[in-house]
Ligand binder design. Sequence first.
Ligand SMILES: [Cu+2]
Length: 581
Amino acid sequence: MATRDNSRIQSSGPSELSRNRSSRFASGGSLRRSFNRRYPAPNLRAAPDTLNRSKSYVSPGKQTVGDKLTRHSNAALIAFLLLIFSVPAWGHVGSPDVFLEGNAGPYKLFVTVRVPQVIPGIAQIEIRSESNDVREIRIAPMQLTGPGSQYAPTPDVAQRSTTDPQFFSGNLWLMEFGSLQVRVNVDGARGTGQLAVPVPAVAQRTLPMQKPLGILLFLLMVLLGFALISIASAAVREGDLAPGAVAPAAKVRRARFALVIAAIVVAGILFIGGEWWKADDSRFARRVYTPPELESTLTPDGHLVLHQKPALISAGNPRRPADAINFDNLLLDHNHLMHFFMIRMPQMDSFWHLHPAPDGHGNFSLDLPSLPPGHYQLFADVVLTSGFPVTMVGQLKIPELKGKTMTGDDSGTVAIPIARSAKDADAYTFADGGRMIWDRGSTPLKSGTPLSFKFEVRDKDGKPANDMEPYMGMATHAEIIRSDASVFAHVHPAGSASMAALDLAQMGGAASPQPSQQDAMAGSRSVDMPGMNMSSMDSSGHVSPDISFPYGFPKPGLYRIFVQIKRAGRIETAVFDATVS
Ligand SMILES: [Cu+2]
């Protein structure tokens, strides 16, 4: 997803290095082999091209002349090492990583996919099994939709942790942008099972070249350049002289001429190389994903029209077209084509989750409810037909406004402003006296750690609420927003992947479903979605007052979490603040 994240690349600790340095990346040759092994057949021919191009992916924003000279195979190797040793920084509208809780057959898994910052790049897969009867877990990357989703590559075996036998991890190369998936196959005492994890793969940034490396390469360039010039001139001057003989004046003159010619040739090579580097760099820069902007127009009577701005999500694969944001062709994501969120900034005290509808002219529109006036940050979630989830961002100033009454799945709340100093509360009281309690556990919240968020809903008498209902087919919808709006995640009990993408993934990568199929899927999901975390819902749709979802904060900071539930026909939104270190 998108990069609104300015965080710098973090330095890699020793453990990070050793985790990434698996033997198959030791040399270029084995790298190529491993790539062919793990990638679906239709892409094989694209492989060398993609592979060679990857050296540009470490090209810096600010380059020294030396940086531009690295056009050799060892430079490509260095580039790969840089890629391998980089730790994912965080993007999305803050959150590129995928957290998923689901069932691979009889085995309940908690899967984290740490998406690389650059594509091609290495995704880190971490899997925790709830039970201890798992013998082996295999993982493989592939496209989520289209022909590439039909040909699973040979999977890799995930390594079992030596200290924690229920924890498995592995690294996978993601060679393409766009809508991918990681297939997780489990073999154990209770038979086999499969879970497909949708992974939106985008380049989040251009990795800068490390300064010492740039200086080293620059010096090498100077050395090699001068060496080449002097060899050329020395060869002309002394190439056919007897040992110890002195070069005649004519040869000395010709040698000077050769020196000038060699210098011009070297300068020309450097110039062409520099231009090549720049072209490659800008081509990659165009593929770095930033959240598409959402344009909005508000009429005085509170009618809001949302326009798309054309944006393409490159596939990075010449055989696969780029994904376009097209408001006329989206997937239904838990019953709606668009989930639209408004939050008043910077207080984060007025929060709305609305569902605009297509207006038939390529736009989405809705009548706003009565909102407190102010400056609002907008987030709009849609899912492209490839299963790629897009969060568009925008800003809107809301004047004093007499809005319409909310209907259907629309909801919102006004709470106290977010405060940096106060100790974060772990209970939220609803208007009817009922409460939601956050079981924060004893350890402080840390960024970069996959967490299971657990909440308990109590009625006004303090007893577990027995009037919980599914809200848009699920026990809860939670929105997690950083205080500077640089992180936005829309999370469900099954995790941070979009529900529409999950539907596609569990269908086994059939081509994009038709709307009728989607309706059937949406309908069936509210009762039972195979593979998904429905632990807080039973087959009759009864919802437990204990709700949970997996998520990991992408970076430290202050976050506000809106946990939305439905009780006795009312949609309620609990508000929690989280200080993350
Ligand atoms: Cu939702």
